[in-house]
Design a protein around this ligand. Sequence first.
Ligand code: PLP
Length: 364
Amino acid sequence: MALIDRTLLGPGPSNPYPEATAALSAPLLGHLDPEFLRVLDDTCARLRRVWGTANERTLPLSGTGSIGMEAAFANFVRPGDVVVVAVNGLFGERMVDVAGRYGADVVRVDHDWGTPIDVERVLAAHPEPSLVAAVHAETSTGVLSDIRALSLAVHKRDQRALVLADCVTSLAGVEVAIDAWDVDLAYAGTQKCLGVAPGLAPFTVSPRAWDRRVKRPPTWYLDLNLIGAYVDGSSGGRTYHHTAPVAMITSLHAALGRILEEGLEQVWERHRAAGALLQEGLVEQGLRLFAAEGHRLPELTTVRVPDGVDSARVRQILLTEYGIEIGAGAGAFASSVWRIGLMGHNARPDRVELVLAALRAAIA
Ligand code: PLP
């Protein structure tokens, strides 16, 4: 049967970097093979560079981006802890849900979808939270929030509070600087700007957060103490916890190599230029962008469906006639917004020209 090949220009997954795909066909090694452990160590080292951190505890967790969210709340929140969550889209909403399941006393700070988080309002929500959480790049709305400003403000007021950033759609697409921004906990996903298939959640923990960890979290699979005994070989032996997804880690290693070889700043610039080209082209076609001006993500553009146009039909035409996937809107905007991703390997002018031309034809 013929394989189907699509251009994945939705909110993720995106088409992986060719190096990441090629790595998946390498002969499989055992998860305790010294050759594989070398790849794992180097993957963690490469992740540190991409996260902009010296955090010793920087590793790929087994699972998609949501596993990073789950691990953060499971390992750093105790029942009754006050957790402030900035909600400006679907993934902030998900954080509220997950934090609550681990017993947090959640204080949510709602924002209009399509706008960035308001640092002053988030700070004012509680005088002494244990943890403050926000989404850096809201994939549901295409909005970038200022995590640096949030994190520095939280720590200026209280050195003990932890800051958690969801970087699923931001890592390797726009600047992320965990140490310079003093962020304590962050997670990402491989299927967006990192340019790998879905399946891993890069995760990083500051020393301050590690000191505050839950010693016996209510999850065995995501217990960072246990996972660390396998990932971190510095103290001698490696203890089996769960079978590491060897092929996926090898694929991530290859994509990180590609990104670092191109240069992280060049990669951000490539995303910026592609996003700007797309957003200008959409406006030239008479379409209106959804996310607030000045806060638009280059890697994920939200555009309003014109009046009288059937959103689902246009997406169907793109898929069947052009082999292009774009996303519907999220939540209340499911049929009134489209989401167009230019992530990782797809952050390129030729992809922009392709989707602009196909969209023009499909709407006509
Ligand atoms: N956070 C953000 C900002 C996301 O965009 C996503 C997925 O799209 C997630 C979390 C959840 O990641 P996953 O679907 O890989 O579990």
